[in-house]
Write a protein of this length. Structure first.
Ligand SMILES: [Zn+2]
Length: 180
């Protein structure tokens, strides 16, 4: 007893599986792309503009310092009464900085992006020893000052379990290869 309404004389394409689609970029990949664009924009805004082939580790260091103005981590200065306190009882005028962990992860992403865009590993400014030294200084300084993420009510603070004294901005929790 065939029901004529169920014959398959229409919509024949509907039985084919959909063509495979590329997976959406991972959080790491999209962050890397954003970072790369930000850095490219930064170089373009220099006077005179710096081309990627002329970019060296000094530009990278300047870029890292430039990013501090957008930081969310309170890093107490030596003269501050809260210096060394993980949880100060009151406000102070010490500057907000980029947390060491954020900068470290950022450099890892940019280092990878540089080589993906045709840069050679030998001349990779993000892999330069000067960057490593700078990051270590920032890390030590923030550990002593007990830099803690500036609290905002919208997000919970994430603590790095291995190193509870070390501040991390909460958007960067991705492990990257160590800059050795
Ligand atoms: Zn302070």
């Amino acid at each position: 007893m065939n029901n004529p309404k169920e014959t398959t004389d229409h919509g024949s394409a509907s039985h084919h599986p959909p063509p495979p689609q590329p997976p959406p970029p991972s959080r790491y990949e999209s962050q890397k792309r954003r970072d790369w664009n930000t850095f490219g924009q930064y170089l373009k805004n220099q006077r005179p503009p710096v081309s990627l082939s002329h970019c060296n580790c000094n530009h990278v260091l300047e870029f890292l310092r430039y990013l501090d103005q957008f930081g969310k981590t309170k890093v107490h200065l030596h003269g501050c009464v809260f210096f060394g306190q993980p949880d100060p009882p009151g406000p102070c005028t010490c500057p907000l900085r980029q947390a060491w962990g954020s900068l470290d992860a950022l450099i890892g992403r940019l280092r990878a992006a540089y080589e993906e865009h045709g840069g050679s590993p030998e001349s990779n400014p993000f892999g330069n020893g000067a960057i490593r030294v700078y990051l270590r200084e920032v890390k030590d300084c923030q550990a002593k000052a007990r830099g803690i993420p500036y609290k905002k009510k919208k997000k919970k603070r994430k603590i790095n379990n291995h190193n509870p004294n070390m501040a991390q901005d909460d958007q960067v929790m991705i492990k990257i290869p160590k800059l050795e």
